[in-house]
Every structure is written in structure tokens, then in C-alpha cells.
Design a protein around this ligand. Sequence first.
Ligand code: PGA
Length: 253
Amino acid sequence: MSSRTPLIAGNWKMHKTGSQAVEAANQLRILVEATRAVEVMIAPTYTALYQVAQTLKGSNIALGAQDLYWEKQGAFTGEISSEMLADAGCSHVIIGHSERRQFFGETDETVNRKIRAALADNLIPVFCIGESETQREAGETFSVLDKQVRDGLKDLGFGDLTGLVVAYEPVWAIGTGKTATREQAQETHRFIRSLLETLFGKPFAGVVRILYGGSVKPDNVRALMEMPDVDGALVGGASLDPETFSKLVFFND
Ligand code: PGA
């Protein structure tokens, strides 16, 4: 287990209306009230953010968005800025999720612009990276991650990255029920941490949290969390039900 405070983050994707999100956030708030050793974050859909922020006031659950647009304001129909997210009550924002890369044309370059916009407004980016099944089978995992990290964090320095969270999510494990083994997760997280050390130095690499994502469930979370470079989880499906998600938060009990 790592010495960094674990972060268990729920990505609700395109699920739950405003009232459903408020109900789930309320239940979760009660269920995880007792935890102090683990940080908790949930990322509902945009239309639920403000309401959920009101529900979470005074709780130990942080609020995140699932994406943003890097411009501050202007004629960008359908887009939402980091300032708007902060105003709605967000402290975190997921950036570069593989579903955005796969279905919505997200590239390493747009990821970089989004990370910079988030940091400029003091939002904590949860920067997602991960290889596809074909890339893993072709032995390209490390080169793919190397490029995603270097390009995603391009032109940023150690001083800019305070709070940044990395989420390693092998695309073949997302929503498929196939989890990476804890050895695969550890090997990859170690690779990412040493790359971050090369790029930004040892102090940063020592504190940056690297979450694992991809079919994390109550029955596999503990084994993953026991690995020294796994600092938490980014959870999709299993975050939708507050009871199930709270079991992930209390992985150590
Ligand atoms: P999953 O999703 O837990 O449903 O596999 C993970 C994610 O997309 O962050």
C-alpha cells in the first residue's frame, strides 16, 4: 500500500438525472461520512453538478466534472469552461477519458490544452491515459503511455502540476469486466511514476497519485490497492450504486 492518501473517484458518465444524482449523492454522503483516511470524489454529468454541489456541502466528498473546454468564454456552442465548473462547485475534472478519445475526437493535444485550462482555474485534473487491447498485445503499452504522458503534460513544469492526479485505465478493462491483474497494474503504474520522475523530478513523482481504472469492483479493489504504486481507483459502473461505491471507499476494512 502506498503512503499517499488514496483517492477513490466515481465517474458517473452519462447516467442519472439531476434528482437521481442528488439522491445518490445524499446516500453516499451518509455512507462514507466516517472515512478520513481516503479521499472521495464523484463526477456526475454537467446538468447535475450544481445540485449535487449543494448536496455535498460540508461533506468529505469532492465534486468533479467529466470534461471541460479550454477557452474561457465565447462562441463555442455546447462547451463548458473551467471557470464555469469551479463556479458550479467542482474541485476536480476528469480529462482525456478513453471514451472521449475514442468517440469525441480527443487527442493528446486537446488533453494538454484542457489540463492547462483546469490548472489555471485551480481545478485538479484527473488525467486519464491507457492503451488499447491491440496495443497491449503488440507490446506497445509503455510507448503508448510514454507519448500520452509527454504530450498531455507538454510545456508544463513541476510548479504547475500541484494536485494533478493521473488515472491509468487500460481501455480493454473499461466496462468489460476484465481487470488488469494487480501485477500488471503495479508494473504500469511504476513505469508511469518513473517517467514522471524523469520529466518533473523526484519530489513530484513521490507525491503524485496514480489511480487505476477499469472494472474496479468491491471484490478486486483491495488486491489492487495493496500494490505500492496504486494510489486509488477511478470507477465507472461500480460507482453508480452508493452502497457498492462505499464498499470501494472502505476497501481497507
Ligand atoms: P468501469 O469504468 O469501472 O465501468 O470499467 C471505468 C472508467 O471508465 O473510468
